[in-house]
Design a protein around this ligand. Structure first.
Ligand code: 5AD
Ligand code: SF4
Length: 506
């Protein structure tokens, strides 16, 4: 069972004792946060010529794959791309671990508990690998970009066959082949800043809602966040490639698209020789015949007036804005390197509310940042009450190895952090319920997405403002936009009754 470890990184100089280049003409150095932090002026390369070598096109015939996805929508979408590549290699997908020949864990590094879940799963898969030595077990996604994770897998989890990162998903055919035909663990993690690879195949999850990447990476370097290290520098796709993908989804009957990026408001800043931003992109996508367009995630610092003016035109641009604030105290925001103050954030919210009066705001908040005082935490509570969010994701700060905040001394005990999270959630839940109750008696447009998870006789879907609605209707309505009258409000969802199908006019 013990395998020889085989580490490759085609972007680096050889520093290993052993030279593996005779196998792969590549050399070894572990992925490094230090390297990732140096943002060079290197030009982003666009690759539009993705193909799968002929000898790899049938390598998966008669075999099955399964991908477990952790974390954000970016990862969900990367999974769709990997599923597309594997399908083009002849693999079929399965949801049954026991019948899979390839299992990939597409991982998230954002908080420690996300990583613990993955290590738990790696452990659970060991007996299966012992039973079925031909099974290929792979770890990819954000955790693979971390040196400490790669080292831990090397030391403790030798039953893993393949580790690859976020920059080389397009190399999956070769990587799978290497993992199948070599007895050693195959590791290919690029510490580079990232290129853009177009024309990758995709197997999308469902045909009602689709994700479209508009940019990759993040240059914001918030002091608590690992993403700029795991996802590389900010790089925008060309507008024409994005628009073509949206048009393609529209032609195929998709009803909603979500434009994806870690910091979508920085879209276009890296595009050379054009002055083109998210507002311009949304203004073009607004004219495409697709009923709903969302985007995530916004950064309050880069949210500009042009974008607000375009969003105010409405139509298929929904009036939901996910605007992570992270904290209510300007002092903490400074330590977080968010590059805006509480006042700036509140002014921005006001500006958006003035131009888009029915705008609904959701957010992300971190409690228990190093040395957060009671007073500073109270500022988060008061901000939340002032903005009156309709929904939020709240987290206890989790130190991430290699980030500046992880080096800060912290005098806040975990018990206090947990108590603050509890208090924040109680305040927020009250607001969510109040906001939802205000909708009782109203008729809202719902995109019918499928059976409710709890009751197959009930259908569920989302409003334009991204609220979950449950109601009874024939299953033939799945995929349609319908009108639902709300008659009951819960903290996290609404119940209603079908009124009539909405005419979608563009
Ligand atoms: N600890 C806790 N929460 C974090 N987030 C990002 N990094 C951390 C961390 N180290 C949260 C932020 C971000 C969301 C995706 O995850 O709120 O907006
Ligand atoms: Fe992380 Fe900040 Fe970039 Fe968001 S903007 S991905 S929180 S570094």
């Amino acid at each position: 069972m013990k395998k020889e470890t085989h580490i490759i990184d085609s972007t680096k100089q050889d520093t290993s004792e052993k030279d593996y280049s005779k196998y792969f003409q590549t050399t070894y150095q572990p992925p490094s946060l230090k390297d990732a932090k140096r943002r060079g002026k290197e030009k982003v390369q666009f690759h539009k010529d993705f193909t799968i070598d002929e000898d790899l096109q049938n390598i998966g015939v008669g075999k099955k794959f399964m991908i477990r996805t952790y974390g954000c929508q970016m990862n969900e979408h990367d999974t769709e791309v990997m599923a597309g590549i594997l399908s083009d290699m002849g693999f079929e997908s399965t949801t049954d671990t026991n019948e899979a020949d390839v299992i990939l864990l597409n991982t998230c590094a954002i908080r420690e508990n996300a990583e613990n879940k993955v290590f738990g799963e790696i452990g659970h898969l060991k007996p299966l690998k012992l039973e079925k030595p031909g099974l290929i077990l792979g770890v990819c996604g954000c955790m693979s970009q971390e040196e400490s994770v790669v080292n831990k897998i090397l030391q403790k989890h030798q039953h893993i066959d393949l580790i690859f990162g976020t920059h080389n998903i397009h190399r999956l055919p070769q990587l799978i082949k290497n993992a199948i035909f070599n007895k050693e663990m195959v590791i290919e993690v690029w510490s580079k800043e990232g290129d853009i690879v177009e024309n990758l195949p995709r197997v999308r999850k469902g045909n009602i809602k689709g994700w479209v990447n508009i940019m990759y990476g993040c240059d914001k370097f918030c002091t608590y966040c690992i993403v700029p290290y795991t996802r590389g520098k900010e790089r925008s796709r060309h507008p024409e490639d994005i628009i073509e993908e949206v048009r393609h989804l529209a032609r195929n009957g998709y009803k909603e698209i979500t434009l994806l990026g870690q910091n979508v408001n920085a879209y276009g800043k890296d595009l050379e020789e054009v002055d083109y931003g998210l507002g311009d992109l949304m203004d073009e996508i607004r004219k495409i015949d697709i009923p709903r367009v969302r985007f995530t995630t916004s950064h309050p610092r880069d949210f500009d007036d042009h974008l607000i003016d375009v969003l105010a035109k409405g139509g298929n641009l929904v009036e939901h804005i996910h605007l992570p604030v992270q904290h209510g105290s300007s002092d903490v925001l400074k330590l977080m390197a968010r590059k805006y103050s509480r006042e700036h954030y509140l002014k921005l919210v006001d500006k958006i509310k003035t131009k888009i009066p029915n705008a609904v705001f959701t957010t992300d908040i971190i409690v228990g940042f190093p040395n957060e005082t009671d007073e500073q935490f109270e500022e988060t509570l008061s901000l939340v009450k002032e903005v009156e969010y309709d929904m939020a994701f709240t987290f206890i700060y989790s130190p991430r190895d290699g980030t500046p905040a992880a080096k800060m001394e912290d005098n806040v005990p975990m018990e206090v952090k947990k108590e603050r999270l509890h208090r924040l959630n109680a305040v927020m839940n009250e607001i969510f319920l109040k906001k939802n109750k205000a909708l009782v008696g109203e008729v809202v447009e719902v995109l019918v997405e499928g059976e409710s998870k709890k009751n197959p006789d009930v259908l569920s879907g989302h409003t334009r403002t991204n609220k979950v609605v449950h109601f009874q209707a024939p299953k033939s309505m799945i995929g349609e936009l319908v009108n639902v009258k709300i008659n009951d409000a819960k903290t996290w969802s609404l119940n209603g009754e079908l009124v009539k199908t909405v005419e979608v006019s563009q």
